[in-house]
Design a binder for this molecule. Structure first.
Ligand SMILES: Nc1ncnc2c1ncn2[C@@H]1O[C@H](COP(=O)(O)OP(=O)(O)OP(=O)(O)O)[C@@H](O)[C@H]1O
Length: 979
């Protein structure tokens, strides 16, 4: 037995007798010491190489079947990933497992989103861009729909217990049997990583971490060992009595109130999880072994590593540190009085820890696989699951108080909980060389920050930059590892094919440098990728989130991870040099950083009050005197470093550009809105003005019309003597024709007023002549006259023919109103269908041949009389008074009418009844006046109404041999029945 060494390597030597019980027998003996015992001769003989063989229960996972263990690792998780190199059978390798967990819909707001993730099978999902039809997606380079495969897909209704047993339980078994394991949760913010790792406080909602602790302590019940030795570094052990480090940490006392711990109690019990839920699972273990469990809790924040179990000082002056390092109540910030709002915020100082390369002695002289450890990280022994959970809750509080798990509950740091299991055979408990060390690290990665969506700035932006950088480096490491493994496999294949012997060291020398060193996260985890152990990746996705693009990156990352094999030959990866080299080169990564933290007291969402703290984060101490590995002396590749910095710089620039774009877009939208509003306003003003003008114009017009009607009534008092032969005949004719017109137009409504107006206007004019031209002009124009604005809506506004009778003899003829009306009525009656043997509507009065005497009469008077009678007759009351049914509007064929009128006029001219030039002029003026009044509306020829000539008139107008043919859609007046 070796005399009590201060520090020694742990042994993972396997007992042949015990391993026989565990199928497939060969146990990992990674750090096996050369010292052998009788029972360990088997292990000793298989020391180095066997140490890297697959572990006892590689088939723990339901996915790995014994038959497939020797098969080439399954590659290409994503359907659109091309690479598929057939690796030669290598039982040392196993690809990282990737499990997808789909978060359920939590509230109504999320339910409005259509989930963009659809599980296809137990191991595949389809992801479809919800905005694939939008313009945005056309600009995006991301494929709108892809299928991704995983080791297993867990739908939203998966219980915590089920998820734990399928993903983590095999790792728990491994660690209890002496093998390392890594589990990390990856996903965007709010995707459920923390819920998966820690869980909730409700029954059955405990996450992976508390369940792991439960299962470990359930399984080692009665197998607790003596903590004579304690773990150090990554895989070393040392005598506990000789250590300066405390083996336990006293939990904050609840009695020492008021303290931060008290006011954060709500958080401890609810949000910080580890509720009362316990997992009853018990693993069957070799009962010849004794176990001690050690816990450490670190966080990587802003590219610095902090110990969440560390002694924290509430201000430099009040810091009291016990010799043992256990924080006293006065020095423990959790027992610090709640800072009031008025007082200056207390200063909390914490020191970043250094990540150092493990000495080669910790890995049997193999520095390459020794990995790196966090120097100064406390590893605390825990004896029960409850104690472990309590300790983790303190760690959670530390994260909260230091602002890395601030009020939003969003993790701003990567949290690493490492459970170390020291196992030793009962018969060799005093032999440190026989102690096996295995560790399981559970990492709750900070959410890959969507700076584009969250519009982070200042401190948040810096955090986001560092989070993204570390995740990016993790991806780069995976990428390089995969490339190296493929390159190695290709070389091996070629060598096998060629049947030549070649030195794999030559190939390894040409492999790319894995950039673990460029992020603290990868530095700390590198041992799992280059050394021994199994790695499991949990991909959390919230399919109701708007961050489709970010989730695509997460999926691609998972696909990449599945192509990386862990537990490869350690020499595949070459370890980058340690930070000490950076110091030697004069490069300091960063300096101390001071920032303010505000904590909501009373639990999240309650916001009872706030506490303000100031946090000073000091840089890690760089110790050149530490034992370093051989690989650490390799020169830094400045190019890789510069490239990483540049990538990060570009990423920030891209973010800035996105931000600028968003601002410009918002400003432009604002400007456009203002301009549109202005335009709409000006348009509204313009239309209002126009409307007012039209209304004024209409009013004027109405006034004018009323005026005309009034005047026409005054003039209608002028009587025309009946006895004066042709003269009175002319009036009678005029009235008759008008009455017929009235009958025909009785449904015209207001259109009549136009006609009346026209007639009255004609009366006003100085009409002295019977000029046939003027007559024709008047007739044809009447058809094209604009309908009156008084016409009913939706109704054709017809124009009646201004049948000015040029042959009216009106000189000195004065007829009383009464007489005129009587005459008119008589004439209408005369013109009624009953009295007319012609079936057509009579308009004889219009087209009657004037007599000689009539032609010689004063045309002006004739017009006045005719107009008067027309105006009288056009009133609906009159027509109604006759008891006539309203006549239908009949649009007479305009062309034949014009011809008839023209002919008639010609006849009139021939008979010397030409209107005087003065009369012609007056009519034109009248027309013009009416046109002006008509507001320039569009003229619809169909709206014109003409008086239909009767058969006799038509015959006269057309002449012998001519036949009247009605136009299309016109009513043949010849067929018109009596009404
Ligand atoms: N499987 C689940 N069942 C029920 N609730 C869940 C589930 N997964 C997540 N949640 C809830 O979703 C919310 C966000 O989850 P969580 O805090 O775990 O996200 P996260 O990925 O850790 O976010 P961050 O990276 O910001 O810390 C929490 O309220 C959590 O309770």
């Amino acid at each position: 037995m070796a005399s009590r060494p201060k520090t020694t390597r742990s042994s993972t030597r396997t007992k042949a007798a015990t391993q026989a019980a565990d199928p497939p027998a060969p146990t990992r003996t990674t750090r096996a010491v050369s010292k052998t015992t009788a029972s360990s001769s088997t292990a000793a003989s298989s020391k180095k190489t066997i140490a890297r063989k697959p572990l006892v229960n590689r088939n723990n996972s339901p996915e790995i079947k014994p038959s497939s263990r020797n098969a080439a690792p399954k590659l290409a998780a994503v359907t659109n990933t091309a690479s598929s190199i057939e690796l030669p059978p290598d039982t040392d390798k196993e690809p990282i497992k990737a499990f997808l967990r789909i978060r359920p819909c939590l509230d109504d707001a999320e339910a409005t989103y259509e989930p963009y993730l659809e599980p296809l099978t137990d191991s595949s999902v389809r992801m479809t861009d919800p905005s694939s039809s939008s313009a945005h997606s056309r600009m995006s380079t991301i494929s709108p729909s892809s299928i991704y495969t995983f080791s297993h897909v867990f739908p939203p209704d998966t219980t915590q217990s089920e998820f734990f047993s399928k993903t983590t339980l095999p790792l728990v078994r491994d660690v209890l049997e002496g093998r390392n394991g890594l589990l990390f949760a990856y996903g965007v913010t709010n995707s459920g990583k923390t819920h998966t790792i820690q869980g909730g406080s409700e029954a059955g909602s405990a996450g992976i971490m508390p369940r792991t602790l439960d299962v470990i302590f359930n399984s080692i019940e009665g197998l607790h060992g003596d903590p004579k030795y304690r773990p150090v570094r990554l895989q070393g052990i040392e005598l506990a009595a000789e250590s300066n480090e405390p083996t336990t940490i006293r939990l904050p006392s609840k009695n020492s109130s008021p303290a931060l711990a008290d006011v954060l109690e709500d958080d401890l019990s609810s949000a910080s999880t580890f509720g009362t839920d316990t997992d009853p699972t018990v693993l069957k273990l070799d009962r010849n072994y004794e176990y001690t469990i050690w816990l450490s809790y670190a966080e990587v924040y802003n590219e610095k590593v902090y110990d969440l179990f560390g002694a924290l000082e509430a201000g430099a002056s009040s810091a009291v540190q016990t010799p043992s390092g256990i924080p006293r109540s006065t020095s423990n910030f959790l027992n610090m009085p709640v800072p009031s709002n008025k007082a200056p915020p207390p200063l909390l100082t914490r020191k970043a820890l250094t990540v150092k390369p493990s000495p080669a002695s910790d890995a049997d002289g193999d520095a390459a696989s020794a990995g790196k450890y966090i120097a100064g990280l406390r590893q605390v022994q825990v004896r029960s699951a409850a104690e472990a959970k309590g300790l983790l809750r303190v760690g959670q509080l530390h994260r909260r108080v230091f602002g890395t798990l601030a009020n939003s509950q969003s993790s701003r740091s990567h949290a690493l909980v490492t459970i170390k299991v020291l196992r030793v055979h009962r018969g060799e408990r005093n032999d440190p060389a026989c102690i096996q060390t295995a560790r399981l690290t559970v990492v709750d990665l900070a959410g890959s920050e969507r700076t584009k969506h969250t519009h982070a700035s200042g401190e948040r932006l810096r955090e986001a930059g560092n989070i993204n950088k570390s995740l990016m480096v993790l991806g780069q490491c995976m990428e390089t590892l995969r490339a190296n493994q493929h390159a190695l496999a290709r070389s091996l294949q070629q060598g096998v094919k060629a049947g030549t012997q070649f030195d794999t060291r030559d190939v390894k020398r040409g492999l790319a440098l894995v950039p673990f060193r460029h992020s603290k996260l990868t530095e700390v985890l590198m041992d799992y990728f280059v050394g021994d152990g199994r790695a499991v990746m949990i991909v959390n996705v919230n399919p109701y989130d708007t961050g489709f693009d970010e989730n695509v990156h997460v999926m691609k990352f998972a696909a990449l991870a599945r192509e990386v094999c862990t537990n490869p030959a350690a020499a595949v990866s070459r370890i980058p040099p340690s930070p000490t080299k950076l110091k030697a080169n004069g490069i300091r990564p960063s300096s101390s950083h001071r920032r303010k933290v505000t904590i909501s007291l009373g639990g999240p969402g309650k916001k009872a009050s706030e506490a303000h703290l100031e946090v000073l984060e000091e840089d890690e101490e760089l110790d050149d005197g530490e034992e370093t590995s051989v690989e650490d002396d390799e020169p830094i590749n400045p190019l890789v470093n510069a490239l990483f910095d540049e990538v990060e710089e570009l990423r920030m620039q891209l973010y800035d550009a996105h931000l600028r774009c968003a601002l410009i877009e918002a400003e432009t939208r604002e400007e456009v809105m203002v301009e549109m509003e202005e335009r709409m306003r000006s348009m509204e003003d313009m239309f209002t003005r126009r409307l007012m003008r039209v209304m004024e114009h209409n009013e004027e017009k109405l006034d004018a019309k009323l005026d005309m009607i009034q005047r026409s009534r005054v003039l209608s008092k002028v009587a025309v003597p009946r006895s004066e032969g042709g003269y009175s005949d002319s009036i009678a004719d005029s009235v008759e024709s008008d009455a017929i017109g009235q009958l025909r137009m009785s449904d015209v409504g207001e259109g009549e007023y136009d006609e009346a107006e026209s007639s009255v206007a004609g009366r006003d004019g100085d009409y002295e002549s019977n000029d046939s031209d003027a007559y024709v002009h008047s007739t044809s124009d009447a058809r094209s006259r604009t309908p009156s604005p008084l016409a009913g809506k939706g109704k054709a506004a017809p124009k009646r023919q201004s049948t000015i009778r040029p042959n009216a003899k009106l000189s000195n003829a004065v007829v009383s109103d009464q007489e005129t009306e009587t005459e008119t009525e008589d004439e209408i009656e005369t013109a009624s269908p009953d009295d007319n043997d012609d079936e057509d509507v009579e308009t004889d009065g219009i087209l009657d041949e004037p007599t000689e005497s009539e032609s010689a009469s004063d045309s002006e008077e004739s017009i006045e009389d005719w107009t008067e009678s027309e105006a009288s007759e056009t009133t609906p009351a009159r027509a109604k008074g006759k008891g006539k049914a309203p006549a239908k509007l009949v649009v007479a064929p305009s062309k034949p009418l014009v011809m008839a009128q023209a002919k008639r006029t010609q006849g009139q001219v021939q008979q010397g009844r030409k209107p005087t030039g003065k009369a012609s002029k007056t009519v034109a003026e009248l027309e013009q006046e009416l046109d002006e009044l008509s507001l320039g509306d569009e003229i619809d020829p169909e709206d014109s109404t003409v008086i239909i000539p009767n058969k006799k008139a038509r015959e006269k107008a057309m002449g012998p041999g001519m036949e009247y043919v009605p136009g299309k859609g016109e009513v043949d007046p010849g067929k018109k029945k009596k009404r």
